[in-house]
Design a protein around this ligand. Structure first.
Ligand code: SF4
Length: 461
């Protein structure tokens, strides 16, 4: 739906050729990627990015996953209103992303000085929406899920992202977990065409990327017509990307257990560029709660996937997501989650207490859990997860594996990079060029990072 409402606050000047742009990004890697692509869309019409919010255009690229996302937005908008007023109104304020999609006209009602509300499927239309704001001197909302795919209308990515680069290959979700807003804010599952993904990977490699992470809300649901005209799955796409010689590492996130097909598991046997680290959200270890969440898999099926992946790639490690205190969760359900965690062993995990998302089925469930009960369970879970993470990091000491270096470390004389398991690794050797992949011996483990050494002759080479 594209709507306009009178916006007396809008006095954006349309006659400027070169304009400054500031994008505030909240949320996941996908939002960070979307912000890059918004900058790509706006560059041809004269916008260049700046680091401060005193800009001709400020876009809030919002995230709806965490609680109070709308409150966070409105307080940031309130602060920016003063900046806009100090500029005599010569600023365009846009709200994009999932909160824009979910709140729509409510944003203009509460913050009439906002000029543009653009949903997550419409940012390829930013130039025409900006033109509409300027022509009508009124605020514009576009929260459509258009028939055409956004992916087909985005310009080619112009800029590099450094040694580690993301590519969105899939968007939206058809799973409808009962706690999640994504199917409503991002729409139905869409897969980006194969040729566009491979072309973008080659462009990113030309800009120095050595590691490519494929992104999607349900990334392993990606499928599409391959370069050979056949239907490709994510496993086949990863094989095709592995053929690009400059790519040293491949990852993908976020996956759903139901879409961990046999070919994707088998890819861990033969695709050496596929990193041995997988983020696979399970949310709960209780089948009752998994059913109430509409996760469409059981705890046993999750365990089987983990076993199969470990058979395919013995050095693989896992991260996961947990929601604790989901409506109806009993002590026995929580115990089942703890049992699954202890049995599986996670290198990393993200865990939260359940919080209601308006408009989702679970928000109206009768058996909401008392916050203090949920909180106590979360602390118990997090203690075990923290121990597992520390144990995993400690287990790396003495190992030697390849690190992808990304730039200077925090202290002078250091270079930092990423392990195959995404842990930050710091070496006391300056001058290793970003993009270099070389073996490092791990000498010490901190809770969230590793220290290592490289041989001097390797640097000289
Ligand atoms: S699979 Fe993920 S994105 Fe889709 S509804 Fe469930 S939690 Fe949300």
């Amino acid at each position: 739906m594209t709507e306009t409402t009178a916006s007396p606050a809008l006095t954006h000047h349309a006659d400027t050729v070169l304009r400054t742009l500031h994008i505030v990004t909240w949320g996941c890697q996908m939002n960070a990627y979307d912000s890059l692509r918004m900058a790509d869309v706006l560059r041809p019409i004269g916008y260049r990015e700046v680091a401060t919010d005193d800009a001709d255009m400020v876009i809030f690229n919002t995230c709806h996953i965490r609680e109070r996302a709308a409150d966070k937005l409105f307080s940031a908008l309130g602060r920016l209103r003063a900046v806009k007023e100090a500029r005599g109104g010569r600023m365009m304020i846009a709200v994009a992303g999932c909160v824009a999609q979910a709140e729509g006209a409510e944003i203009l009602r509460r913050a009439p000085y906002v000029d543009l509300v653009v949903g997550s499927q419409a940012y390829h239309k930013l130039p025409e929406l900006i033109a509409a704001v300027e022509a009508k001197r009124a605020s514009v909302i576009d929260t459509d899920f258009p028939a055409e795919q956004k992916f087909d209308f985005l310009p080619e990515a112009q800029s590099g992202q450094g040694a580690i680069a993301n590519i969105a290959i899939q968007e939206g979700c058809d799973k409808f977990c009962t706690f999640c807003v994504v199917p409503y804010t991002r729409g139905a599952e869409q897969s980006r065409p194969t040729a566009a993904i491979i072309a973008e990977a080659k462009r990113l490699v030309a800009h120095g990327a050595r590691e490519i992470a494929l992104l999607g809300q349900n990334v392993n649901a990606w499928h599409g017509e391959g370069l050979d005209g056949r239907d490709w799955s994510l496993a086949r796409l990863l094989d095709a990307l592995a053929e690009i010689p400059e790519i040293g590492r491949l990852r993908y996130t976020t996956s759903h257990p139901r879409d961990m097909g046999a070919d994707l598991i088998a890819a861990y046997r033969h695709n050496e560029k596929l990193m041995p680290f997988l983020h696979l959200p399970v949310q709960s270890g209780s089948d009752t709660i998994l059913a109430a969440m509409n996760r469409r898999h059981t705890a046993a099926q999750f365990r089987r996937i983990i076993d199969d992946l470990r058979s395919a790639r013995p050095d693989i490690a896992f991260s996961s997501d947990f929601i604790i205190g989901f409506p109806g969760e009993t002590d026995a359900d929580f115990a089942a989650t703890m049992a699954l965690v202890r049995e599986t062993g996670f290198a990393l995990a993200y865990s939260f207490t359940y919080s209601r998302r308006p408009g989702t089925p679970a928000a109206d469930a009768a058996a909401q859990i008392a916050p203090e009960v949920a909180h106590a369970r979360l602390l118990e879970l997090q203690e075990v997860l923290r121990e597992q993470q520390h144990a995993f990091n400690r287990a790396q000491v003495g190992r030697r594996f390849e690190v992808l270096f990304t730039g200077p470390g925090r202290h002078p004389g250091q270079t930092a990079g990423r392990s195959p398991y995404l842990q930050p690794v710091v070496v006391a050797d300056a001058g290793v060029a970003p993009g270099t992949i070389m073996p490092v011996t791990i000498t010490a483990a901190n809770p969230n990072s590793l220290m290592g050494t490289i041989k001097q002759e390797q640097i000289a080479a």
